[in-house]
Design a protein. Structure first.
Length: 455
């Protein structure tokens, strides 16, 4: 029997203060939200404070958080050691306009943990890191083009946004055609396309999310990274792993460690800066050295790759990053979060099968994605890494909006904040958190079913 109130009606009533804050935001902030991914219908959530695995919204609801700072908070909100280190640094100074020991320590920690990194350079975000990695690769090879894969996200600079959203050949507003012409967008996981493109000899770099697009939403097949490594080596093309999400999460050394494939360059952000703004690009010394000032005869200053940036390696991000990486170097951290990932994905899929709700949940490491309204061929109520028989465009874009919104609102009504139709688990979440989340999922999808949404 259909309940007499809809999920959306209950949501709108329970989260009233967020609605009024959103109305206010619409007058001051373009589009009301400060990151496209935070746009939500009928309105996004406004949060007041957070600690550990929880956060509290403007109406006082306690929520188990799976947004986790867009994946930046491997140790949850307000981890004691990071907070303490940042507070102390705050009193000592937030910007010296000069070098400081913390940036050296931060760089050393990255170098120790990430296999591909001989040298590192800091940026203020992942977007800047991928922009710099592409620039270094162009300068190193003397070639202009960069190959990326359809659907892979590398931030929001002009080169990165080409081919990111479906339809992947669409014109992206505001991006010059001259920039588009320097990007070669390979179809998802198409190694033959890459081979043909690299053989032309004009591609500086191949960049990809080594998990596959948007943190394993379109996973890469087994052996794919190794094949890319071989091809890029053969054609003297720089291989860039964008480990902004996978870095320090898939393993302490990221996907390159868990897969045993070492790229030439790696881009990092999120966890690398311990939850504060920051990013880094690292890689082979001979490539990274293009950033160096060299006091040697014959050195051509015009060949140096430029690298300004007011907030690069600022002391607050440096101390948060160094403190976080010291903890993230212990593989038990990732193991705990990964185990919770398996528990959550398995629990959600079991609910869908038990309750006869069309849908599937998949992911790797400590991330998960949910699609409702259709199923995949290998839905058996267990964990899924690669959903079979589903269009990759669907995997990237997620459920139809009506399911997505109802899931989001229903989970919030049951005390859980999802991210982008899925989520990222931290090492601070507990089995109890996951079981409460599975329970919230059961309540939400059965209510959606009883509202007749899947007919
Ligand atoms: C794989 C990947 N690369 C790059 C970026 C851009 O990082 P930022 O948002 O710090 O600019 C993101 C952000 O989500 C990302 O997931």
């Amino acid at each position: 029997m259909a309940p007499d109130r809809t999920i959306e009606q209950d949501f709108t009533e329970a989260f009233k203060t967020s609605e009024s804050q959103y109305r206010r935001a619409m007058e001051a902030i373009a589009g009301g939200v400060t990151h496209d991914v935070r746009h939500m219908k009928p309105f996004p959530l406004y949060i007041e404070n957070a600690t550990g695995s929880r956060k509290w919204d403007a109406d006082g609801h306690e929520l188990i958080d799976f947004v986790m700072g867009h994946g930046a908070l491997l140790f949850g909100h307000g981890h004691g050691e990071i907070v303490e280190a940042v507070n102390q640094q705050m009193a000592r100074g937030t910007h010296f306009g000069a070098g400081h020991e913390l940036e050296i320590e931060w760089g050393e920690r990255i170098k120790q943990i990430v296999p591909s990194v001989d040298r590192v350079e800091f940026t203020s975000s992942g977007t800047e890191a991928t922009m710099m990695a592409m620039r270094l690769a162009r300068a190193y090879t003397g070639r202009d083009k960069v190959l990326k894969f359809a659907g892979h996200f590398h931030g929001w600079h002009d080169y990165a946004m080409v081919g990111e959203q479906a339809p992947f050949n669409r014109k992206v507003p505001g991006i010059p055609q001259a920039v588009v012409d320097t990007m070669v967008v390979a179809p998802v996981n198409d190694i033959a396309f890459v081979e043909q493109a690299l053989a032309k000899g004009d591609i500086a770099a191949v960049i990809l999310e080594p998990s596959g697009a948007s943190w394993a939403s379109i996973p890469v097949p087994d052996g794919f990274l190794k094949q890319l490594r071989e091809l890029t080596e053969k054609h003297n093309t720089v291989l860039i792993f964008d480990e902004v999400i996978t870095g320090f999460r898939w393993a302490p050394g990221g996907k390159q460690e868990s897969e045993g494939v070492t790229p030439d360059m790696t881009t990092m952000a999120k966890i690398v800066a311990g939850g504060l703004p920051g990013g880094a690009v690292g890689g082979r010394a001979d490539i990274m050295d293009l950033l160096a000032f060299k006091d040697e005869p014959g050195w051509n200053a015009e060949k140096k790759v430029g690298h300004p940036g007011t907030y690069n390696a600022n002391p607050l991000s440096a101390v948060a990053g160094a403190t976080c990486l010291q903890m993230a170097a212990n593989p038990r951290v990732q193991k705990h979060a990964d185990e919770l990932g398996v528990r959550l994905r398995t629990g959600f899929n079991k609910v869908l099968v038990d309750e006869n709700v069309p849908g599937f949940v998949w992911g790797e490491s400590s991330v998960f994605h949910v699609i409702l309204g259709e199923t995949c061929e290998n839905q058996t109520g267990g964990d899924i890494h690669i959903p079979q028989g589903v269009d990759p465009v669907r995997l990237k874009s997620g459920s139809d909006a009506k399911y997505d919104h109802a899931l989001y609102q229903g989970m919030l009504l049951n005390g859980v904040d999802l991210f982008h139709g899925g989520g990222l688990i931290s090492s601070i979440h507990t089995e109890k958190d996951i079981d409460a989340t599975i329970d919230a999922f059961r309540k939400t999808v059965t209510r959606m079913r009883d509202e007749g949404m899947f007919k």
